[in-house]
Design a protein around this ligand. Structure first.
Ligand code: OGA
Ligand code: MN
Length: 296
């Protein structure tokens, strides 16, 4: 019988601004509370964790993910089975069967973003598990938004402390217009949720720059030109390579990222090659900024 055994995990930072490899843990086995706590602490410290060489079927993948909280249901899309046995698994893939995509995001580049910031409630994080990877391309970049916030000039930190941004819900992370949405050219008219520009992480109490995605973003209450100029300045700062780390995928890699304090993007890859990931997402809450975290 597989009894949970307490493990001492090994956490090896990437050396970049975020990310660490976790070894000494087999995620196909039940993870006890003491081991889970080590993983959670490492996640809070490193924002993105990578577990290499895992062998997970969907039930085992879900069992591990559920330790972090309730999971979101996957969005409905064309290739999704009506009788889906695992509604909390989203397929991320460019593979087509009989001309129909079996998953999301295709082979295109995905620009820097945090997931679902256009909703009022935004996910805590996601887990992405590689089943098939292309021989090259399709790397996923992550960037540290605590570090981006910490390194802003003091006057800019003060300026954005009271500002909120609206996050466009009309396009997905590959820039494609979502079904049923109008093509917006004036950011002031974009639909979507409004969130503070500085986000306090409820677990670490640290503050992160919370940008979502650039296209059609709008800072509430500012003249359009001022909103554009400020967003350009914040994005130029946040997109610096010194805050980023890139994952080069191998089959069996499981990556989990904290969506509250990290952004991610993906390189395009050859549409003729196959990339297949299973993904699950931890249900979140309403982003907030706690001014008490900032020294007076
Ligand atoms: C995502 C995402 C990038 C990738 O799953 O939210 O942006 O590398 N994925 O597939
Ligand atoms: Mn994403």
């Amino acid at each position: 019988m597989d009894l949970p055994t307490s493990t001492r995990i090994t956490v090896t930072p990437t050396g970049a601004s975020l990310g660490a490899d976790v070894s000494g843990i087999d995620l196909s086995q039940p993870v006890d509370q003491a081991t889970f706590k080590q993983v959670e602490d490492a996640w809070h410290e490193h924002l993105v964790l990578r577990f290499r060489g895992q062998q997970l079927d969907d039930p085992k993948f879900l069992a591990f993910a559920r330790k972090f909280g309730e999971l979101d249901k996957a969005p409905i899309h064309a290739g999704k089975l009506v009788e889906d046995p695992f509604p909390e698994i989203t397929v991320m893939s460019n593979i087509k069967v009989n001309g129909v995509s079996i998953g999301n995001l295709g082979h295109y580049e995905a620009e820097w973003h945090t997931d679902m910031s256009y909703n009022d409630l935004t996910p805590i994080g996601s887990l992405l598990y590689a089943l098939e990877v292309p021989p090259s391309g399709g790397n996923t970049g992550f960037s540290n938004m605590y570090a981006a916030f910490d390194t802003l000039p003091a006057d800019l930190k003060r300026r954005i402390a009271t500002l909120q941004c609206r996050h466009d819900s009309s396009r997905n992370s590959a820039g494609e217009l979502r079904k049923g949405f109008k093509d917006i050219s004036d950011p002031r008219e974009a639909p979507g949720a409004i969130h503070p520009l500085i986000r306090t992480h409820p677990g670490t109490r640290r503050n992160a720059l919370y940008l979502g995605r650039r296209r059609n973003a709008y800072i509430i209450g500012l003249p359009l030109e001022e909103s554009e100029a400020l967003l350009n300045e914040l994005w130029a700062h946040a997109s610096q390579t010194r805050f980023a780390w890139y994952q080069e995928w191998k089959v069996g890699d499981l990556i989990m990222w904290d969506n509250r304090c990290a952004m991610h993007r993906r390189d395009a890859f050859d549409p003729e090659s196959r990339r297949l990931m299973h993904r699950t997402q931890i249900k979140g809450g309403k982003p907030f900024f706690d001014p008490a975290t900032v020294a007076a």
